[in-house]
Design a binder for this molecule. Structure first.
Ligand code: PFF
Length: 456
């Protein structure tokens, strides 16, 4: 049953709608592309174990923190930190940093999402015999083509966000997430009928602990923040549309489990698929270094070559559905990336949603077009706004919540929807993690990153 919105900001219609929207934000390119390629790169199951630990001891506590801040204040990240600190400009900076990260991450996210859209056409064109056109559409270095698909994806994202919280974001994610899951399962079942798939599975489940290093923990934590959509206030924003009946802790647990689960399941598709390609004669390891090819090469060269090798209508269907899967996952995430700056403009500058979405979408579109031509910017943006930006945001959120707003106040907010919270160990355990464990771990990882940057 639809609940009546308490303000004109909008609210989620249903409990499951909110969980799916947040899970949709979390499940994206980071799960289906980033996670499997990082696992393959970093010693198989050893990476998975460290990653799971990062999600459990840092990701989950920070997610609960973000939902709580959002629901408590019913505001965008900037407004939220202002509200909880009586307008302290330093606290508001955490929110501004989130808005900036949202803008900049989205600017390269839409370019990569544009590639996935382009590859749906590439696979179709290849199948009907237009091989040279397929090659043009599949050429990642083709700036004008990249710009067109980037803008197309951006428009799609804006159109959903203009629909608002329940009629736009919730409706779209509720429709798209089951499709995404179904495609994933069908593709996995098929891939395991092909030669080489079990070699991939073997690599996936056998840990190589010799690869565990500081660098690996760094990658795992960065991946956890990105994949769980943490550190930039996307989940503060989604939490701000929550009603007081929803159990925040339970919802965060569902979203974390869902996100981690989909990443692990996606690994069952992508890693075996790489080895199927290898069994068919496609190179997946760089012959000079012996390392696995980069994630871009794996997803946009190796896999399409494998689909072409399978050939016929089956090969085409495999390719098309794989890239539709990636595109859908990207879309439910890009709407949350856009929603952060959009909610800021709506709340803080009193702009109507439609205008705000097109305005912010326009800015991101312009940066996205620049990135389309200058692909080197992707690595730079990933480094600044994702690898440093998100953990830094997470660190500031933990410190603010733990030492300024105070965990007791947060726990009081969580009580709404979780009546017997005081009879469980959740309060003290969560407090310990948010105040000590998570910030310490994030700070260590950030410090080692900075240390590495200066050649340490
Ligand atoms: N979680 C998304 C992914 O795994 O692709 C990316 C993302 C979305 C990051 C929203 C951050 C965010 F706020």
């Amino acid at each position: 049953m639809a609940s009546t919105p308490t303000s004109n900001r909008g609210t989620w219609n249903t409990k499951i709608g909110f969980i799916l929207a947040a899970a949709g934000s979390a499940v994206g390119l980071g799960n289906i592309w980033g996670f499997p390629t990082q696992v393959a790169d970093n010693g198989g199951a050893a990476f998975i174990l460290i990653y799971l630990l990062c999600c459990l001891i840092v990701g989950f506590p920070v997610m609960v923190a973000e939902f709580t801040i959002g629901r408590r204040t019913q505001k965008n990240p900037v407004g939220a930190f202002k509200a909880l600190s009586n307008g302290n400009p330093l606290a508001a900076l955490i929110g501004y940093w989130g808005v900036l990260c949202g803008l900049m991450i989205l600017s390269f996210y839409v370019v990569i999402s544009g590639w996935t859209l382009a590859y749906v056409f590439e696979e179709l064109l290849f199948f009907i015999g237009y091989e040279s056109l397929a090659e043009t559409i599949g050429d990642l270095g083709n700036g004008p083509k990249n710009a067109i698909f980037t803008l197309a994806f951006m428009v799609l994202t804006v159109l959903i966000v203009t629909g608002g919280v329940s009629q736009g974001i919730e409706r779209a994610t509720k429709a798209l997430m089951p499709i995404l899951l179904a495609i994933l399962v069908v593709l996995i079942i098929y891939i395991f009928t092909l030669d080489g798939a079990t070699d991939g599975l073997r690599m996936y489940v056998s840990p190589d602990f010799s690869t565990v290093s500081g660098g690996l923990v760094l990658s795992a934590l960065g991946q956890a923040f990105f994949s769980l959509s943490l550190g930039m206030g996307a989940l503060i924003t989604y939490g701000s549309y929550l009603n007081k009946k929803q159990n925040i802790v339970e919802s965060a647990a569902y979203v974390t489990i869902f996100d981690v689960g989909i990443a692990i399941i996606a690994g069952l598709l992508v890693i075996p698929a790489m080895f199927v390609a290898q069994a068919a004669g496609v190179q997946i390891f760089n012959p000079e270094t012996g390392d696995l090819f980069s994630s871009v090469t794996l997803v946009f060269d190796v896999l399409p070559e494998m689909f072409h090798n399978v050939g016929g209508i089956i090969g085409m269907l495999l390719g098309v559905t794989f890239f539709i899967l990636l595109g859908l996952a990207a879309l439910t995430s890009s709407i949350s990336l856009l929603e952060v700056p959009v909610s800021y403009v709506i709340d803080e500058h009193n702009v109507r949603r439609k205008k705000a979405a097109w305005m912010v979408g326009g800015i991101v579109g312009v940066i996205g077009v620049i990135v389309s031509f200058e692909l080197g910017l992707i690595d730079l943006f990933v480094f600044i706004f994702n690898e440093i930006g998100l953990p830094l945001g997470g660190l500031m959120i933990c410190i603010f919540l733990g030492y300024f707003w105070k965990t007791e106040n947060a726990l009081l907010e969580m009580k709404d929807g979780f009546d017997n919270i005081d009879n469980t160990a959740f309060g003290p355990v969560w407090t310990f993690f948010v105040k000590f464990v998570s910030p310490l771990l994030i700070a260590l990882v950030l410090a080692s990153m900075v240390w590495g940057l200066f050649g340490g």
